[in-house]
Ligand binder design. Structure first.
Ligand code: GSH
Length: 309
């Protein structure tokens, strides 16, 4: 049985990004289904407050954010690579797709006709609870209007179509890269929006490419309950080796918080045990999960010393 545990839910785009990366790399994994809205007590037991979806668990190590999860999977199974040397723009392009394209796609898809298809004609209370949850989740972030999203998305789709019309088969030519997965999960979400997915119809090369990426599939996986996952963290015993690099402005053992800078900005507090240009790692103790190490990427997160007052 695999030690890679993905905590996710079926309709989550960033989870689809990671499920497809498991597929590409032929890695087996275990699947814990988590709630799409708060409360998420079993999530918080493992992450210490981070509530975004997905996150990955390996024993008592918790990896937050799909950009970091992708790096961990690359280290586990380096081929086929997500970061080919021939595509130096893959990572910044993926960042653009995960932020800008994603929010245009979500705003477009969540218009009433899209939401009805996505949630399978939900009861009004379901939509109300979802709306309230996402309003709290996005906090002070200024969201696009539907009119903004429509015009922006049409522009992005036609640029992507033109890029793929150069030949493909992937966004940057012969080699698949992380950029393909970051664009694919946003468009996968639009496709789930029933009538609003028509926005993709004029773009034949883009649709063919999307079919190709989605055909990679999710790789072998089996279900695990969140309670079992928490027990596995509590009994794992050891954690991944970590190091606080000198000269980065922090000392090992300091009390710190890590907080997403865009949305879903619930701080996670703990003791600093790992710090590099790419990653920050906190150690914290949970009543049920025991001592866990929570890993975040540096990009998109604020690391702060906790004030002693
Ligand atoms: N930067 C994060 C973004 C994750 C994200 O926005 N996930 C959405 C679902 S796809 C989310 O957390 N929604 C609220 C929730 O699941 O509670 C990543 O790359 O993992």
């Amino acid at each position: 049985m695999s030690d890679l545990i993905l905590h996710h839910y079926p309709s989550s785009p960033f989870s689809e990004k990671i499920r497809l990366i498991f597929g590409l790399k032929g890695l087996a994994w275990r699947s814990v289904l988590i709630p799409p809205i708060m409360p998420k007590p079993d999530v918080i037991a493992l992450t210490g407050g981070y509530r975004k979806t997905p996150f990955m668990q390996i024993g008592a190590d918790i990896y937050c954010d799909s950009a970091l999860i992708a790096r961990v999977l690359e280290a586990r199974q380096p081929t086929p690579t997500l970061y080919p040397a021939s595509v130096p723009l893959a990572v910044p392009f993926a960042q653009w797709a995960d932020a800008t394209l994603f929010w245009a796609a979500v705003t477009w898809t969540m218009q009433p006709a899209g939401a009805a298809a996505l949630f399978n004609n939900p009861a009004p209370e379901v939509m109300k609870a979802f709306g309230a949850d996402r309003a709290a989740f996005t906090g002070t972030m200024r969201r696009l209007t539907l009119a903004d999203a429509a015009v922006q998305l049409r522009g992005y789709l036609s640029a992507l179509q033109q890029q793929l019309a150069q030949g493909g088969p992937y966004l940057f030519g012969d080699t698949i890269s992380i950029a393909d997965f970051s664009v694919a999960h946003a468009l996968w979400f639009i496709r789930r929006g029933g009538p609003v997915a028509d926005i993709l119809s004029p773009h034949e090369a883009l649709n063919t490419w999307l079919d190709r990426v989605l055909a990679i599939g999710h790789g072998p996986n089996e279900r695990l309950s969140s309670a079992e996952a928490i027990t596995m963290a509590a009994t794992a015993g050891t954690q991944a080796p970590t190091l606080v690099e000198a000269g980065k402005g922090f000392e090992p053992g300091q009390a710190v918080t890590v907080t997403a800078t865009d949305y879903g900005s619930d701080p996670v507090a703990g003791t600093l045990v790992g710090l590099s240009a790419d990653e920050v790692v906190l150690r914290r103790t949970d009543e049920r999960a025991g001592v866990v190490q929570v890993h975040f990427p540096r990009i998109g997160f604020q690391l702060k010393k906790e004030s002693s007052t």
